[in-house]
Ligand binder design. Structure first.
Ligand SMILES: [Zn+2]
Length: 251
């Protein structure tokens, strides 16, 4: 299909224009006009670009693209090398940040919930339609030890757990990526546990002093699933050849 039709289909599906974000959503680097083969990944790192070149991709679709607010504008070093490879191989880069976190089916939060068996009841911030994150429950209550083991099994990665109260876990809130700061909102909602990607020093105290369990799943590990689902959607709905490539990241 034509690149501009591909970009339009994704912009529409993710309602990209509705979001106020820290980066441009949609087409970030323009490549060849015809798109048949796409690679998806969490971050548009040089390793992902190399893998996309090897796959003969026409476009790369990621959650973490380029041109973040506050980033240095000069095209030097790491940024030059990444852009040089994309341009030399005529590969487009498309990135969707908040729109991909928030999508009710293909989004990072929806897909994480699907894999972990979390049933969504509503948004983490009921009074802010633009915020991301969800609240819900486990199909049946679990002890912290069992829930930890379940997370590790599903994500194939040991999460960092800060223990809360001893009672079984039933109500849970979650927000993928670097959303550890939303723990205050999870506490305010009175849930038993909060899950996000990263952890800060103060997250530990907030969890301990409120009796809420906190799991840091890994920023990368928590955001592997949205872009994968979006790539599968492109294969099914747009007829493209899709390959998800996981460039492992311990953070
Ligand atoms: Zn992220």
């Amino acid at each position: 299909m034509q690149l501009n039709a591909f970009v339009r289909a994704l912009d529409d599906q993710l309602q990209a224009k509705k979001f106020h974000d820290y980066c441009p959503n949609g087409l970030q680097v323009e490549g060849r006009a015809e798109v048949n083969r796409i690679v998806t990944g969490v971050t548009a790192s040089e390793a992902l670009i190399d893998a996309a070149i090897a796959f003969n991709a026409d476009a790369i679709l990621v959650h973490h693209g380029y041109f973040w607010k506050g980033e240095r504008p000069e095209v030097t070093g790491m940024k030059r090398r990444r852009l040089a490879k994309l341009l030399a191989h005529d590969i487009s880069l498309l990135a969707y940040h908040l729109p991909l976190d928030a999508h009710p089916v293909l989004g990072n939060n929806a897909q994480l919930a699907l894999r972990l068996g979390l049933l969504r009841n509503g948004p983490l911030f009921p009074d802010d339609a633009r915020a991301v994150g969800d609240v819900g429950e486990l199909a049946s209550p679990l002890s912290a030890t069992d829930f930890s083991a379940h997370i590790e099994r599903v994500l194939q990665r040991k999460p960092l757990h800060i223990a809360g109260s001893d009672k079984p876990i039933s109500r849970v809130a979650w927000c993928t990526g670097g959303a550890q700061g939303f723990i205050d909102q999870a506490i305010a909602l009175g849930v038993d546990a909060y899950l996000s990607g990263e952890i800060s020093e103060q997250t530990v105290h907030a969890a301990r002093e409120s009796g809420l369990h906190y799991w840091a799943l890994g920023h990368h590990a928590s955001e592997r699933y949205g872009v994968q689902a979006l790539g599968d959607w492109c294969a099914k709905e747009l007829g493209l050849t899709h390959q998800f490539i996981d460039i492992d990241n311990p953070a």
